[in-house]
Design a protein around this ligand. Structure first.
Ligand code: ADE
Length: 244
C-alpha cells in the first residue's frame, strides 16, 4: 500500500515511519511518499495560507500550493483521497477495514482554521475524523489512520498478533495478560493460566473479556450477547453465568 501524505510538517511522521511500520516499508509492504505543501508555494516568502473571505477567525490553507502538490504526483490516479478533519466521518472499524483494501491512499493534513473548499470539491476528497475533538492539525489524525490501516495488511504484524484480530473474542475488549515472573511483589498470576488446561484457559479468557467489556463498553457487550447462539456450548455457559 502506498501512502502519499501532503503536510506542512513531514518531520512529525518519524513517529510512524520508525519501528513496525518502518520495517514494513523496508520489506516493501508499505511505501511512504511525503510531500511538503510549502515546497509548492510560488510566493517569495513560501506563504501557504491567507485570511478567510467573509471574515472569521484564523487563517485558511490556500488552494494553489495544494493543487500544485497533487499535480506533481503525476497524471495517474492518486488512489483514495482523504482530508483529515473533525468534520469528517468517524474512522471506525468498518472504515479501517475498507481502507485496508486500497492500493494507494493520498492524505491531506490541514492546519490553521481550515482549507480552501475548492481543494475538497475539485479533488473529491473524503473527510475523515478520528473523534469528536479538535487537534491543532491533521498530522496526528493521519498517523492514527496510517497505523491502524497498516496493521491489517498481511505481513505487517507477526502472525500471532494478527491472529488475535480474528479470534472469537473480537467484538470484546481484551482479557488481562501476564508474563514472567509468576509471582511479582506478592502478586500472583491467576492459577488457571499456568494450569496447562487449554479449555479452562479459553473459558477464563472469555469470562474476563466479558466482565471487562460489560464494565467499560456496555454497548459492545449488548452486541455480543445478541449473537451468543453462535458460540460453542461451553462458552454460552460462561456468558449465562455472567448475565446472572
Ligand atoms: N484535524 C483536527 N482535528 C481532527 C480530528 N478530530 N480528526 C481528524 N482530523 C483532525
Amino acid at each position: 500500500m502506498k501512502f502519499n501524505i501532503l503536510t506542512l510538517f513531514p518531520e512529525m511522521f518519524s513517529a510512524v515511519t520508525g519501528s513496525i511500520l518502518g520495517r514494513a516499508a523496508e520489506n516493501g509492504i508499505l511505501e511512504f511518499n511525503f510531500i511538503n505543501i510549502r515546497d509548492f508555494s510560488t510566493d517569495k516568502h513560501k506563504k501557504v495560507d491567507d485570511y478567510p473571505f467573509g471574515g472569521g477567525q484564523g487563517m485558511v490553507l490556500m488552494a494553489d500550493p495544494v493543487f500544485r502538490a497533487l499535480e506533481a504526483l503525476g497524471k495517474q490516479s492518486h488512489g483514495r483521497m482523504l482530508y483529515m478533519s473533525p468534520r469528517g466521518r468517524i474512522l471506525d472499524k468498518e472504515k479501517i477495514m475498507e481502507l485496508s483494501g486500497e492500493q494507494e491512499i493520498t492524505i491531506l493534513c490541514g492546519h490553521y482554521e481550515g482549507i480552501d473548499q475548492r481543494i475538497l470539491d475539485h479533488w473529491h476528497m473524503e473527510e475523515v475524523s478520528i473523534g469528536d475533538y479538535i487537534l491543532t492539525g491533521g498530522e496526528l489524525a493521519a498517523m492514527v489512520l496510517i497505523d491502524t490501516v497498516s496493521r491489517l495488511l498481511p505481513g505487517v504484524l507477526a502472525s500471532a498478533e494478527a491472529a488475535m484480530e480474528e479470534s472469537v473474542y473480537s467484538g470484546l475488549l481484551e482479557y488481562p495478560q501476564y508474563t514472567k515472573p509468576r509471582e511479582y511483589r506478592g502478586m500472583e498470576v491467576p492459577e488457571v493460566l499456568v494450569s496447562g488446561n487449554h479449555r479452562l484457559i479459553r473459558l477464563w479468557k472469555l469470562e474476563e473479556a466479558l466482565k471487562l467489556t460489560r464494565e467499560a463498553r456496555p454497548d459492545l457487550f449488548e452486541e455480543f450477547v445478541m449473537k451468543a447462539e453462535e458460540l460453542p456450548k461451553d462458552e454460552q455457559k460462561v456468558l449465562e453465568k455472567i448475565l446472572k
